[in-house]
Design a protein around this ligand. Structure first.
Ligand code: GLY
Length: 347
């Protein structure tokens, strides 16, 4: 044993004794671990997605039924929405930043190998989730941003395209014409009263009959954001988290609130300790509500004025979602039926 490990052992024993635990270090560790719940593999295939993901869950299920890996299934599902010019919150056709440039965020996570990849502020590529997948597969990194992400995408053979559709450009011009109260630069008045703008995202979580779980989240982020703004969607632990022993969680809505809470990771940790998926999501919304104290972000004390939703899928096939305000619809394919379900809600 090295001097360093002897010192570490002495410190950890001292900490345990101080805490009044008359147990060995090994004993304390197993007591902590026993808080974890073990989930059986149900043999079910499930795909869960945000409300805009009914086509994603259908595609993901079709592929899982053919034996395709859960991550490939989840990404193929969201690719449909990323490539759809009519969805103004994701990929091609997404609303641009304040300079009129579409910048996309995405991350992917593969449960069986506990690997992940992500890109942020990526321009000119319709399917950021595919670039995130390449970051996972072809590099030793997890997250590439901006110009570096674009150069990497080029090297991987992705085609560059203008992502700004006429519809998104018109919406951006309308926003420019009303500039000030709806931009991200806070003046004194705006520090008191917040202005709301659209965020939209798609997340897709897939479980196969072997109990393998993966997920993807992808977005064009907050409309008219400050260039370079990165939301929660490419952040592993916030917009997405997967633990193959427990389950997966994804999020849509105000990214800033989610980054501060590391929401998806906490949802998974809640499930690890035995919470049902919907309850695990609701708990994170409660934490966010409790910690939101700036008046510009509140409609009443303790009541955030922004939208945010969490979605969760557990290894045993249970799933759920929770929304900050009112019931949100989310998409689920349970192997028999592909339909919208209703989330829990905090307010
Ligand atoms: N959740 C998407 C974003 O805030 O960018």
């Amino acid at each position: 044993m090295s001097n360093l490990s002897r010192m570490a052992e002495r410190i950890s024993r001292r900490t345990l004794l101080k805490a009044g635990a008359a147990v060995s270090a090994a004993g304390a560790w197993s007591a902590l671990s026993s808080q974890e719940v073990t989930f059986r593999v149900s043999g079910k295939r499930i795909a869960v997605s945000s409300g805009n993901g009914l086509r994603a869950t259908a595609r993901a299920m079709e592929l899982m039924e053919q034996g395709v890996d859960t991550l490939e299934a989840a990404i193929s599902g969201v690719n449909i929405v990323e490539e759809d010019p009519n969805d103004t919150s994701v990929g091609y056709g997404g609303l641009p930043n304040e300079r009129g440039v579409v910048q996309l965020d995405s991350c992917v996570m593969h449960g069986p190998t506990y690997r992940a990849g992500a890109v942020a502020a990526l321009e000119n590529i319709k399917t950021p989730s595919r670039v995130a997948q390449k970051v996972m597969e072809r590099t030793d990194h997890v997250l590439l941003v901006g110009q570096g992400a674009l150069e990497f995408a080029r090297a991987m053979g992705f085609k560059e395209e203008n992502l700004l559709t006429d519809r998104a450009r018109e919406a951006w011009l309308r926003w420019k014409a009303n500039l000030s109260l709806e931009d991200d630069w806070l003046n004194d008045e705006e520090r008191q009263a917040g202005a709301k703008r659209p965020t939209g995202t798609i997340t897709c979580l897939c479980l196969n009959e072997k109990g393998e779980i993966s997920g993807v989240t992808t977005t064009s982020g907050l409309a008219f954001k400050i260039p370079g703004r990165v939301g929660d969607s490419p952040i592993i632990g916030a917009g997405l988290y997967v633990d193959n022993d427990v389950g997966a969680a994804g999020s849509t809505g105000r990214g800033e609130a989610n980054i501060l809470e590391s929401g998806a990771r906490i949802v998974v940790e809640n499930m690890r300790r035995g919470m049902e998926p919907g309850e695990a999501c609701l708990d994170v919304l409660k934490r966010i509500a409790r910690r939101t104290v700036e008046s510009r972000l509140l409609s009443a004390p303790g009541k955030p004025n922004f939208g945010i939703t969490f979605y969760a899928l557990r290894k045993d096939g249970l799933y759920g979602a929770a929304n900050m305000h009112g019931v949100a619809r989310y998409a689920v394919h349970d192997g028999e039926r592909n339909a919208h379900r209703e989330s829990l809600h905090l307010f």
